[in-house]
Design a protein around this ligand. Sequence first.
Ligand code: FAD
Length: 387
Amino acid sequence: MLELTSRQRVVREQARAFATDEVAPVAAERYRRGEYPIDLVRRMGELGLIGLPFPREYGGQGMGLVELCLAIEEVGRVDQSLGITLESAVSLGAMPILRFGSAAQRQRWLPALVSGEQVAGFGLTEPTGGTDTAGLHTRAERDGDGWVIDGRKAWIGNAGSPITSHVTITAATGEDEVTNFIVPADTPGFILGARNDLVGWRTIDNRHLDFDGCRLPDDHRLGDVGAGLANFLTILDAGRVAIAALAVGLIQGCLDACSEHAVERRAFDRPIGSFQAVAFTVADLAASAQLCRDAYLRAAWLHDQGRPFTTEAAIAKLRCTEEAVSAARAATQVFGGLGFSRESAVGRFYMDAKILEIGEGTSEVQRLVIAQGLGLPIRPDGSVPPH
Ligand SMILES: Cc1cc2nc3c(=O)[nH]c(=O)nc-3n(C[C@H](O)[C@H](O)[C@H](O)COP(=O)(O)OP(=O)(O)OC[C@H]3O[C@@H](n4cnc5c(N)ncnc54)[C@H](O)[C@@H]3O)c2cc1C
């Protein structure tokens, strides 16, 4: 895909207008307060940004991952916390219900998630480890017609906000058998930890969760028994492309800020952009934004064509997020002392960048996926596959 369609350009313009007019002016203050932005989540619902990749019958816009990624980039360009809240509301919150839910489950849960009235969490990671997704300790035992869940999840987004409807989790239902469940927010025994005190992404809802004898009817099982891990991993494939788009938003935000600062800020009676060291930093940011944007768009386009995209998603996530960390460091340098203040956009980007290399699969996991895609005999647990 070399050019965006006119519909895609419209989506990007709408998201950019929302980000510029409604998000950017209050981003610093919201970051300082650290409050979960219920009003902006609802606004993203109203504007149709959350609904971009969902069918119209659930209130969505019937578009694809390309359009969602364009919107995430634009929101992330001015506010990474809101960008990840959009990404996780869609990719991790509502998408598992669309992809694996029964007709009744879709009807029950999707309209409120798509409209932004509610959000949902995605509970895969446990305190004992996120990379080793199969080594989970949360269990679901059969109990008559239903299930009883016991266990713990760690670092889960959108799971305890005032507008959370439920969290979808993985639980072991037998030896080497993982199944997904929908746990409504008001389920007895579903216990929320306090909000995690994060280095960046200061306005998101992120917590550890306990499940202490949570009883669920069988119609809260999401997908087939035993399909839970594979299903969640395919959700992460698309989620990684969206995280790559969020990272490009950060790079572009650094470029915007530095382009302006390089002209306005003066030293030795000259704009600092007249010094080659600063000008070349800005040039590198521009090169990085363009190449990384192409990488996520390629992966998203393959996804929307129904073609294999796992390797391209991992390549986009790896390269865009590592470039974003470098971009935040470089932009902070261009801003000098102001770059280390959360009052400046680049100061906030500096705090927000590092997690991009960790969430939805670390950089090491992306390299593993890429190596496997190349046919190399490498496995996450270090074992050698049989010939
Ligand atoms: C702000 C935030 C939001 C999050 N949101 C969610 C969420 O909504 N839902 C959710 O389920 N999780 C969420 N997570 C969890 C996140 O996905 C995990 O932190 C991440 O997958 C890494 O897992 P871990 O922290 O347990 O690190 P570990 O798995 O303990 O890994 C530690 C280090 O070892 C490396 N490593 C491990 N195994 C290998 C290997 N085989 N080869 C090479 N290197 C390896 C890792 O790459 C990493 O560098 C979130 C985390 C944060 C911080």
